[in-house]
Design a protein around this ligand. Structure first.
Ligand code: FAD
Length: 400
């Protein structure tokens, strides 16, 4: 009998965990498993604010796929997905075309601009390894350039973060923590540097406990960050940002972190989607498709308690991957009913740079060093799930 082709698109949190689970659950002769990713490495998106601010080497956030997955059991293709031909059961890659019997789409997300002009042209908005490198190099260049120009324009040392959600806060936390070192290294007086976080919503870190939000904002303000809350950005320009009020803040650095939409491949492939995310069935299949699973940031799942989508997180992507792998196995064995996915939110912890963080684990609020310890443990836990103790020793973080 012909072995079914299981194709996984994207080697992020969702794709990697699906791949490891399938190789454990299926015998060698039961299926051909193929993983497609645009790079030959997997990276931890949740760590990228650190290399972007220059507080961690990008090497620590990534690992070669061949060192983590058993390539005797999985066929890895380094290529970019161009389109999914749903009805033909084919995936068009830049350099070839592959057939699938079961497809797992875990292509992650792209920046959501909310229609604000100029984001792609003038802001840094790519939360990838290369995107993080670009931000870090640019920031350092701004510091180096300042003392080397006659006019010493303030905008060279003005750093704007658009969005006070998780990503924006974690990034400014790292940058503000690194600032004394940057100023000392480049001989820049600290008061010359301006850092703004601009948020359209009425609060920073929407959805977080207000006491934790206050802690985070006070800490960041004490490091010189200025918050502009309830303050939508109208346009990003070559010289900075224009606010809805009409005011302009001049800056040579705008980092965009206002949230994400699902991979553009979703809409390009004709799936019905909201902001690039497919509202999946409870078993994680795309509506109308018996053999296509959508996981991670490409999937939209409604939290019935508040009738709003769950935020796209690595935590949910990994949990989806576990259920997705089980459901593929059930389908292959001819099972009529598949497992329903229910997120089990264990908590959320946001780092604030240095040894500072905030978070909720279970029902417990955590601040400062305690939250920081928990954050590092969460980071290490993922490495453990993916590659066992050896990967934790190689890439893990010291929680103390
Ligand atoms: P990803 O992990 O983004 O992986 C997608 C993969 O697909 C990538 O390897 C990419 O290279 C590949 N790919 C994309 N397009 C193509 C293509 N066309 N062809 C081939 N390959 C392609 N979540 C948390 O739970 N906790 C946190 O603390 C947290 N912190 C975050 C901090 C930052 C700075 C950011 C940016 C995000 C954070 N998140 C956090 C969110 C989390 O990172 C995402 O929800 C998670 O990465 C989604 O996993 P995924 O598997 O769907 O996609």
């Amino acid at each position: 009998m012909k072995k079914p082709n299981i194709v996984i698109l994207g080697a992020g949190y969702g794709g990697m965990i699906t791949a490891t689970r399938l190789t454990k659950q299926l015998g060698h002769n039961e299926a051909n498993i193929t993983l497609v990713n645009k790079h030959d490495y997997h990276y931890q998106t949740t760590w990228l604010h650190e290399p972007a601010a220059g507080t961690l080497s990008p090497e620590r956030t990534r690992m070669e796929i061949k060192n983590v997955l058993d390539l005797n059991k999985i066929n890895f293709i380094k290529d970019s997905v161009v389109e999914i031909k749903r009805e033909d059961k084919k995936v068009i890659l830049e350099n070839s075309v592959i057939d699938f019997d079961y497809l797992v789409v875990g292509l992650g997300s792209e920046a959501e601009t909310f229609g604000v002009p100029g984001v792609h042209e003038h802001a840094f908005s790519k939360w990838t390894v290369n995107g993080a490198r670009e931000v870090k190099d640019h920031i350092e260049y701004m510091f180096a350039k300042y003392n080397n120009t006659e006019d010493k324009r303030d905008e060279l040392l003005t750093f704007i973060v658009a969005g006070a959600g998780f990503t924006g806060i974690e990034f400014i936390g790292e940058l503000s923590e690194r600032l004394p070192e940057l100023c000392s290294h480049y001989d820049i007086p600290r008061e010359k540097v301006k850092m703004y976080v601009i948020e359209a919503a009425p609060t920073a870190l929407p959805g977080f406990d207000p006491e934790l939000v206050e802690y985070a904002m006070n800490l960041l303000e004490s490091r010189g960050v200025e918050f502009k809350i309830n303050c939508p950005i109208k346009e990003v320009t070559e010289t900075g940002v224009t606010l809805a009020s009409g005011d302009e803040i001049k800056a040579e650095t705008v980092v965009w972190a206002t949230g994400v939409r699902g991979s553009s491949i979703i809409e390009k492939s004709g799936f019905e989607a909201m902001r690039g995310r497919i509202k999946v069935n409870p078993d994680l299949r795309a509506p109308g498709h018996e053999d296509i699973f959508i996981i991670g940031d490409c999937a939209l799942l409604i939290n019935e308690e508040i009738n709003r989508p769950y935020p796209p997180t690595a935590q949910i992507a990994m949990q989806m991957a576990e259920v997705c792998a089980e459901n593929i196995k059930l389908l292959m064995k001819g099972g009529a009913s598949l497992k329903t996915f229910t997120p089990d939110i264990k908590g959320t912890v946001a780092s604030l740079g240095g040894k500072e963080a905030i978070g909720v684990v279970g029902t417990r609020k955590l601040f400062g060093a305690q939250a920081n310890f928990m954050k590092k443990m969460i980071d290490n836990r993922y490495l453990f799930l993916l590659g066992g103790p050896a990967l934790v020793l190689k890439k893990g973080k010291n929680p103390l």
